[in-house]
Design a protein around this ligand. Structure first.
Ligand code: SN0
Length: 316
């Protein structure tokens, strides 16, 4: 694995899942793999789980980890050939190359701006870092994708599923803020690698980019979608069509006990952070069927498994 930017960087997903299982059972078996290796984690946006779990994953492999909030450094320029006489002090060409002098792996978190769809969907920040860094790049949520989250989600479903082909439902839920599509896009990208029964439900106008929903069942009636589901994965995203807009805050789309009662006693999943009683009712997230804390715990397992792959490639 050269970089970890999307599921396309994974050559053998089955093996990766097996490795994650081993890492969960024995997290400290590979403490020498990352000895004398440094990972720099760059945060253009806030993070709680990603920051701590990726750092912990590095520490479990014996790595040194240096997190940095980019806002504490120079403003970075990503435009090629531009005259840098405005506010940006340093080009990504230098920044990525310089950080590569200190780091053996670089993690990047950068949210979609939600103003210019073409710019966001070019995933420029992470792609430019991958171009100009001389070390592997790990996606800690980019404008388009959040693969560490999705690997975690797949691993969690694999752990809890009771049948070979569970019914997995991705449901849109309301939110007061315009949020990126990254978690939903990435979730679908990873789920498409399985033979699960996959259903996406959202109000009209919230269609995700076709490249992620091709082959998915789209059901605009949320209650119908929930019928016999084994896993309910809730997430808000802003509109892709009317890019970055909030088209609805309809509270009828919140995940409630009544709706969970339509399912096959489904587990409830969410990547967190979650707005209680907007996205999901307390009674659901606090129930025994809620996997959100387990999911968050698995973030460290997923990150460690990915870092192992990158380090093994470097050492070979
Ligand atoms: C981010 C998102 O992509 O939806 C990160 C999720 C892992 N979520 C938020 O920014 C939520 C912010 C809020 O105010 O609720």
């Amino acid at each position: 694995m050269r970089n970890f930017i999307s599921v396309r960087d994974v050559s053998d997903l089955k093996k990766l899942l097996e490795r994650a299982k081993e890492n969960k059972a024995n997290p400290f078996e590979n403490l020498v793999l990352g000895k004398n290796k440094t990972m720099v984690l760059l945060f253009f946006n806030p993070s709680l789980r990603t920051r701590l779990s990726t750092q912990k994953a590095g520490l479990n492999l014996g790595m040194n980890v240096i997190p940095m909030n980019v806002s504490e450094g120079w403003g970075l320029e990503f435009e090629d050939g531009t005259v840098m006489n405005l506010d940006k002090a340093e080009h990504v060409k230098e920044a990525a190359a310089v950080i590569s002098q200190y780091a053996d792996i670089i993690g990047i978190r950068t949210f979609a701006g939600l103003k210019d769809r073409a710019l966001d969907y070019a995933d420029r920040v992470i792609r430019q870092f991958a171009t100009y860094a001389s070390v592997p790049i790990v996606n800690m949520e980019s404008a388009v994708l959040h693969p560490l989250q999705s690997f975690t989600d797949l691993f969690t479903i694999e752990t809890y599923k009771k049948k070979e082909r569970p019914k997995v439902v991705l449901t849109w839920a309301p939110h007061p803020k315009a949020l990126p599509q990254a978690v939903a896009n990435s979730f679908l990208e990873w789920m498409q690698k399985t033979d699960y029964e996959l259903v996406v439900t959202h109000p009209k106008g919230y269609e995700l980019a076709r490249e992620f929903t091709a082959g998915c069942t789209i059901e605009h009636d949320q209650q119908k979608a929930f019928k016999n589901a084994d896993f309910i994965y809730a997430k808000n995203w802003s509109s892709y069509e009317e890019y970055g807009k909030i088209l609805s805050t309809n509270p009828d789309w919140m995940v409630t006990e009544q709706k969970m009662a339509l399912t096959n006693n489904a587990y409830f999943m969410h990547c967190l952070p979650v707005r209680r009683n907007v996205v999901v009712a307390d009674a659901v997230i606090d129930s025994k069927r809620s996997l959100v804390i387990e999911q968050a715990g698995n973030r460290a397992v997923a990150a460690q498994t990915v870092l192992e792959k990158l380090l093994e490639k470097q050492n070979s």
